[in-house]
Design a protein around this ligand. Structure first.
Ligand SMILES: [Zn+2]
Length: 189
């Protein structure tokens, strides 16, 4: 969507999202006032429908443009692996929202109606293969773990990693990555 570029200020201009960046950021801010961030409300307000589905062990989730009534008003829907832990499903939704904001409207995927993107386990939370994945993970972390909320919680005495992660409804590993703390344990615990 050229509308995104016209609004200016985007550094990620080699590709573009399906929603004007300023609109998306306003929606996100609205749902970042208290922890945990309401990721489903963010998706709803962006017009993206979210479903859990049986996606197989390799796939965390996907976002795709869809012509059916199942898509939200934006024309996109997100499928999340129903078998994954709760916090991981939240991160997957945020990751797909990030793709929606950054990548879905541009020429990378086209508007052909087919699947736009899939995340596979081996690309998730690791040193990621492509810049698009890295961007999506970084934005997902910004959405679910905004610094102002982390500061607010720490100001209330919630400083323990476990407790902070539980309050934000994110995995300890995701939070550790955000905070720049080494963390070796299985992130899904
Ligand atoms: Zn991705």
């Amino acid at each position: 969507m050229t509308m995104v570029e016209e609004r200016g200020g985007l550094s990620r201009d080699s590709h573009s999202g399906a929603i004007p960046r300023a609109d998306a950021e306003a929606i996100i801010r609205r749902h970042q006032q208290t922890a945990p961030v309401d990721i489903l409300a963010i998706a709803r307000d962006m017009g993206v429908a979210v479903y859990t589905d049986r996606l197989g062990p390799e796939v965390s989730g996907l976002i795709r443009r869809d012509q059916s009534d199942e898509a939200g008003p934006s024309g996109y829907l997100i499928l999340v692996n129903q078998d994954h832990p709760f916090n991981r499903k939240r991160f997957t939704v945020a990751h797909e929202i990030a793709h929606f904001m950054l990548h879905c409207g541009g020429p990378l995927h086209g508007n052909g109606g087919g699947p736009l993107h899939e995340i596979r386990d081996d690309q998730f939370y690791r040193a990621l293969s492509g810049p698009l994945e890295r961007e999506a993970n970084e934005l997902a972390a910004e959405i679910l773990m905004p610094w102002h909320l982390i500061d607010q919680l720490q100001g209330r005495g919630i400083t323990d990693l476990h407790e902070l992660a539980r309050t934000l409804r994110v995995s300890r590993q995701a939070l550790a990555i955000r905070l720049g703390i080494p963390y070796d344990q299985d992130w899904s615990s």
